[in-house]
Design a binder for this molecule. Structure first.
Ligand SMILES: Nc1ncnc2c1ncn2[C@@H]1O[C@H](COP(=O)(O)OP(=O)(O)OP(=O)(O)O)[C@@H](O)[C@H]1O
Length: 270
């Protein structure tokens, strides 16, 4: 048997290990009218990882998530300070096309919200408006591929023209994930995507999130500590509009530095 030679690292080990930041939030404060919901939050979201945002109700998790694709722009009276970059580019810059940004940074909501259209049209809609399919065959290909990536194709392949709203809750949520995937996003934001699902559908969506991480950067808000531990590689703990601790999920759950993280994950508050 040939002796195994040690593989020489071409770059210093620490540099090779450091994941790239896909999104960087720096000094992010958000106000709803006179009420301040976030206070100078800094958070890097690493590429091809799942980052979980945890913390007690009202601490600003969803607000932060929504700053990452400018969803707060749609809220009357909402205002942001600070900087959010995607691949180094300021997403709040005046030249940014918000529709294009939201295709690059897709979103899946708490309650599955398929359009009142067929399964096929739910997915075809985005690629059509973004001009991502040149022919009918192209469009069919995008629909089938997106359904496959969302782990739904086998279950719906014989009823693509039935209404999306006729699917079970878990299937509807995977349909919404397929719809997000169809426009080739780089990042997928998920705001408590399993809170309306039963445990079996939740397990299926969690497995899907784990698979999607190979191709997408994912940020998930969750109230379930088990879910954060199961699906994420990095966790940020929010409290009263600030991040009190962020780090590798394993460390956050086994040996957190901050007492508030410890108390929250052990169910002492929240
Ligand atoms: N549209 C809005 N108008 C006014 N205040 C808002 C609005 N949305 C959120 N807030 C306030 O901002 C703060 C942060 O809310 P946010 O929804 O981000 O918290 P959260 O951590 O996601 O909460 P939850 O876990 O309950 O969903 C809360 O005090 C909330 O009441």
């Amino acid at each position: 048997m040939m002796e195994q030679l040690p593989i020489k690292a071409a770059v210093p080990a620490a540099a090779a290990m450091a994941p790239a930041a896909k999104i960087r939030g720096k000094d992010v404060s958000v106000f709803y009218g006179s009420k301040q919901a976030l206070f100078a939050v800094d958070l890097d979201v690493y590429e091809q990882q799942v980052t979980a945002l945890i913390g007690p109700s009202g601490c600003g998790k969803s607000t932060f998530l929504r700053t990452l694709n400018r969803m707060n722009d749609t809220v009357d009276g909402a205002r942001i300070e600070g900087k959010v970059t995607l691949d180094g580019e300021d997403i709040y810059h005046s030249g940014i096309d918000v529709v294009e940004l939201r295709a690059r940074v897709g979103m899946v909501f708490q309650k599955p919200n398929p359009f009142p259209k067929s399964i096929f049209d739910n997915i075809a809609y985005g690629p059509k408006i973004h001009g991502l399919a040149r022919s009918k065959a192209d469009l069919e290909e995008v629909v089938v591929t997106s359904l496959r990536k969302a782990g739904l194709f086998e279950e719906v392949k014989d009823r693509l023209h039935d209404p999306g709203t006729g699917l079970s809750g878990g299937q509807q949520q995977r349909l919404c994930i397929a719809r997000a995937i169809a426009v080739s996003p780089e990042v997928i934001l998920m705001d408590e995507p399993c809170s309306a699902l039963d445990p079996i559908a939740t397990a299926t969506v969690e497995e899907l999130i784990d698979e999607l991480r190979q191709n997408y950067t994912i940020v998930i808000v969750t109230h379930s500590m088990q879910q954060a531990a199961r699906v994420s590689q990095r966790t940020a703990m929010f409290h009263l509009g600030k991040i009190v601790e962020v780090g590798p999920t394993e460390k956050m759950f086994q040996n957190p530095d901050d007492k508030r993280t410890q108390d929250y994950i052990t169910g002492r508050f929240g």
